[in-house]
Design a protein around this ligand. Structure first.
Ligand code: PEP
Length: 249
């Protein structure tokens, strides 16, 4: 059975005190063993978050990393640096990274490779803009984001990949894709993974949906057969909302 996953992307929110407060509130909840729960705080709080969660099954992920091992890249953090503070998962290609920091598929392919080389799990994000959907280009665009950014990896590396389909028009807007739109895209994603790799890999990879998932819509979205969980932004900053989403399966 595919792994069910709910990951909270905190973005540039929560200083250290707020990080401890939110983690303490999350830790008060009993977690279902069948669901992997992750939080992705800012870089500055990763090590503290990992220590705070030492007696919890909640995992800590980073929101980004540089593709190089080290060097003159002011302001950047490498995969091995993340590993050195106990972080084994990284979100790559979030739409905000693509839009505000000009990360394209070619750059993301290098980041994916660096993550895999460092034995990290990569949550590879992709998704179309509203204009792409309106003009019927959304399927082609998603296929390109996958092929150019991810499909260079070896068959054996798929166990370190989680996919996150996040239509840009649904991120932070309060407008979510309908469960049917999410299902249609997730089934399409599985089809192109099967075509380029194998049915087995396509059936094993977890595909998360992201874009204004809230406690009141999570169940319906997670209920679709090809949706294996969610990447959650705004609602991940409130322990009660995040836990309601975790428990929405
Ligand atoms: C995200 O940032 O990945 C996201 C899905 O944000 P939100 O849930 O706020 O739309």
């Amino acid at each position: 059975m595919r792994q069910k996953i709910v990951a909270g992307n905190w973005k540039m929110n929560c200083d250290i005190a707020q990080t401890y407060e939110l983690l303490d509130a999350l830790k008060e909840n009993e977690l279902n063993d069948d669901i992997v729960v992750m939080v992705a705080p800012p870089f500055t709080n990763l090590q503290s978050a990992n220590q705070a969660l030492i007696d919890s099954t909640i995992l800590v992920a980073a929101q980004n990393m540089h593709q190089s091992a080290n060097g003159a890249f002011t302001g950047e953090v490498s995969a091995s640096m993340l590993r050195s503070v106990g972080v084994e998962t990284v979100i790559l290609g979030h739409s905000e990274r693509r839009a505000y920091f000009y990360e394209d598929n070619a750059l993301l392919a290098k980041k994916v490779t660096a993550a895999l080389e460092n034995k990290m799990t990569a949550i590879y994000c992709f998704g179309e803009e509203l204009e792409d959907r309106k003009t019927g280009k959304h399927l082609d665009l998603v296929e390109r984001q996958l092929k150019e950014g991810l499909f260079h990896i070896a068959i054996g590396d798929w166990k370190q990949i989680i996919l996150a389909y996040e239509p840009v028009w649904a991120i932070g807007t309060g407008e979510t894709a309908s469960p049917e739109q999410a299902q249609e895209m997730h089934a399409f994603i599985r089809k192109i993974v099967a075509k380029s790799y194998s049915e087995e890999i396509a059936n094993k990879v977890s595909i998360l949906y992201g874009g204004s998932v809230k406690p009141n819509n999570a169940s319906e979205i997670f209920g679709k057969p090809d949706v294996d969980g969610g990447l959650i932004g705004g609602a991940a900053l409130d322990a009660e909302s995040f836990m309601a989403i975790v428990n929405a399966f």
